[in-house]
Design a protein around this ligand. Structure first.
Ligand code: ATP
Ligand code: MG
Length: 270
């Protein structure tokens, strides 16, 4: 794969936390670049600074020292208002705990980022439904999080991360709560979607099984980059999530009916 654009530039970044008299050095002078379309895996022992690095790159926290650019924009210096807008436009998140809103259906959860970025109502539900279909959940759009399995909830959160077509998708332990088989399907799904739109994916994981999916493996230890390894044999993505067959009994409707209904929702109430 040929990468053309440096999408993330991290220069001499440190993050210190003050705890009373003690200063905790979570990251110590980290520099690295990530190209558009790369799938990067951040690996390292507990407490090594993985989440800190991810949060800094995603603009959720500010570095103590150094600079971070995404698509040429200096996010380490942006104020909160600008950052929020930047995140809406360019960034998607997948969390270990899914972070779905329990009172909303799968479709409504996926629609949320589109509401925030002011996509017209007419388009929103259609766009959200299309991506739910891509993750194999066309028949679950009406289900609330508690009415879905862990793997299905994670698929909803993947759909939500990608629905806005973000430039970069961040995933902190995205397979942490899933069994091995479901994890592989999830990773495959994320990569498939990212590949289709040349999106950059940055994953933090403890799960060594995820290594094979990543084109770049960044190992962190004690707040430092220990090594960066390019994995030429990555992107051998397994078949993505299959549609489930047991859905009729649960929802009591056929996919055709649901599709009509969702189109009514998308076209009608707007
Ligand atoms: N808000 C904070 N205040 C003080 N110290 C913190 C804070 N956040 C993280 N740390 C410290 O910074 C270090 C790095 O934490 P970080 O969460 O990045 O680790 P991690 O590599 O993600 O670990 P894990 O694999 O357990 O999630 C740890 O020593 C942690 O205790
Ligand atoms: Mg962490």
């Amino acid at each position: 794969m040929i990468f053309t654009e440096k999408i993330i530039e991290i220069k001499n970044v440190s993050k210190h936390y003050k705890m009373g008299d003690e200063v905790i050095v979570a990251l110590d002078d980290v520099s690295l670049d990530i190209e558009q379309g790369e799938v990067c895996l951040i690996l390292g022992p507990s407490g090594s600074g993985k989440s800190t690095l991810l949060n800094l790159i995603a603009g959720l926290e500010k570095p103590t020292k150094g600079s971070i650019k995404i698509k040429g924009a200096l996010i380490s210096k942006m104020n909160e208002r600008k950052l929020a807008k930047f995140r809406q436009q360019y960034i998607g998140f997948v969390f270990q705990s899914y972070n779905l809103i329990s009172t909303l259906t799968a479709l409504e959860n996926v629609t949320l980022p589109l509401i925030f970025s002011k996509v017209p109502k007419r388009v929103r539900s259609k766009q959200a439904f299309k991506i739910l279909k891509e993750v194999g959940l066309a028949k679950r759009w009406r289900h609330k999080p508690a009415q879905m399995s862990g793997g299905q909830q994670q698929r909803v959160s993947i759909a939500r991360a990608f629905v806005n077509n973000p430039a970069v998708v961040f995933a902190d332990e995205p397979t942490g709560n899933l069994d091995t088989k479901t994890s592989e399907v999830m990773m495959g799904l994320m990569l498939k979607m990212a590949k289709e739109h040349n999106q950059t994916v940055i994953i933090v994981s403890h799960d060594l099984d995820t290594i094979k999916f990543a084109g770049k493996i960044i190992r962190i230890r004690d707040g430092n980059v220990e090594s960066i390894e390019i994995n030429e044999n990555a992107y051998q993505v397994p078949e993505a999530a299959e549609e489930e067959k047991d859905t009729e009994e649960i929802t009591g409707v056929t996919e055709a009916e649901e599709t009509n209904e969702i189109e009514e929702v998308a076209g009608g109430k707007s």
